[in-house]
Design a protein around this ligand. Structure first.
Ligand code: ACO
Length: 402
């Protein structure tokens, strides 16, 4: 009989770290976070500066290649991305295979995984040129795929990309144009959309990025790896929190009901948590939430809906929670998802589109981390250990004797 404890003793030292709270899975030069100080840097540049002074495709270049582009490099990169926004016409049939009211995240997991079947010429991970083409294809086609998943879920015809528009405007138009009425993109809303993309572009080894890296460590093709990332992002503890947060704010409805929800969040017998609050790494404030809050104010002012009841509830909830000793003691602050939903809602997106928008924005982070991982000469297949607590070895018992 095998003595499991003896086996562990022989196995030498290994760490038991549920949720990987103190285990680094890789080294990386892409993103730096100081959770205590509320700092987030991409390739050394603070997120606040990038969100306000740069724009999404420039940040994509920075994440992918390590430096800010020159004007010529940026133009070349933007042209390349723009040229790849179309998806293969045959993929339209793939969308149509889904149930008519499928959640857009469900469709995206399937369609992005299926890109490996449509773009064979960029699935060889050992070929640097193919890796490059796959990266550009993913970043370029994700808005088209997300918009198509949305259009399909509401029973409207697909809108093709228009390559004279910038990345964010093109996405807004593909979501909101209908055959009878061309959507006029408001540049301020396009800027706010671009800022949401920038604020979500990368966030080092979060759950979905770690999933992409783990999937890729076996040598899986890039589209399959990114589909795995999208699946992981969907959960309400991660990217799905933006949808859950807005739904919670609507359920609260009016500021006078806030204390009831605060009490529920503190009750350990109630599984309810304040959505949009707390973060594994940020224990002071989430620097993305700060910019997002400013953006929410701008967008609602532009649309003339500053008195939006959801925003009023959000602001009051933030104030009450920050003054509550429970949240202070546990260092729970609003995260990036707390205000993004309010902006997206004001733009006209249904809550089911919040997480797909996060996924399209995070694609560049996943792709950058995937490329970095493949360039690592020390790359090993990811294979966590476990602490086995099950039965010791025993003999099979015939069914009549059980
Ligand atoms: N509401 C109430 N209590 C909370 C909340 C919350 N939102 N978040 C954490 N806590 C409490 C926990 O109950 C726990 O209490 P305990 O020590 O008495 O057991 C303590 O704070 C620590 O929480 P953990 O879950 O251990 O922290 P962890 O780092 O594992 O989780 C997470 C972080 C998942 C983000 C969590 O704060 C949460 O569920 N928040 C709500 C969902 C959300 O907004 N997710 C978005 C994250 S940001 C993003 O993905 C872009």
């Amino acid at each position: 009989v095998i003595d499991i404890r003896k086996l562990y003793a022989q196995a030498g030292v290994f760490t038991y770290d549920p949720g990987f709270t103190s285990t680094a899975s890789c080294d990386s030069t892409i993103t730096y976070i100081d959770g205590e100080a509320g700092v987030l840097l991409h390739r050394g540049y603070p997120i606040g500066q990038l969100a306000k002074e740069s724009h999404y495709l420039e940040v994509c270049y920075l994440l992918l290649y390590g430096e800010l582009p020159s004007a010529a490099q940026l133009e070349e990169f933007e042209t390349l991305v723009t040229r790849h926004t179309m998806i293969h016409e045959q993929m339209h049939n793939f969308f149509r295979g889904f149930r008519r009211d499928a959640h857009p995240m469900a469709t995206m997991v399937g369609v992005v995984g299926a890109m490996s079947a449509f773009y064979h010429d960029s699935t060889d991970i050992n070929d640097e040129h193919q890796r490059e083409v796959a990266s550009i294809r993913l970043i370029a086609k994700m808005p088209t795929i997300a918009a198509m998943a949305y259009k399909y879920s509401i029973g409207q015809p697909f809108v093709y990309p228009r390559n004279d528009l910038d990345y964010a405007s093109n996405f807004l138009r593909m979501c909101f144009s209908v055959p009878a009425e061309e959507y006029e993109v408001n540049p301020i809303l396009a800027r706010a959309m671009d800022r949401i993309f920038t604020l979500h572009a990368d966030h080092e080894q979060n759950a979905s990025t770690s999933t992409v890296r783990l999937a890729s460590s076996s040598g899986a093709n890039p589209f399959a790896c990114i589909a795995a990332g999208i699946a992981c992002l969907w959960g309400p503890a991660h990217g799905g929190a933006n949808q859950a947060c807005l739904e919670m704010l609507r359920e609260i409805g009016t500021p006078d009901r806030i204390p009831e929800f605060i009490e529920r969040a503190k009750d350990k017998n109630d599984p309810f948590r304040l959505m949009g609050f707390g973060h594994r790494v940020y224990k002071n404030f989430d620097p993305r939430a700060k910019v997002m809050k400013e953006s929410a104010d701008e967008v609602l002012e532009l649309l003339g809906i500053e008195n939006n009841p959801t925003l009023q509830v959000a602001k009051e909830l933030e104030r009450v929670a920050l003054e509550d000793p429970y949240f202070a003691e546990k260092k729970l602050y609003p995260n990036v998802d707390f205000y993004s939903g309010i902006i997206l809602d004001a733009m006209g997106f249904p809550t089911s589109m919040f997480t797909p928008i996060f996924a399209l924005a995070r694609t560049v982070g996943w792709v950058s981390q995937w490329k970095e991982q493949l360039a690592d000469p020390q790359l090993k297949i990811g294979r966590p250990r476990q602490l086995y607590l099950g039965a010791a070895q025993r003999d099979y018992v015939d069914i009549e004797q059980r």
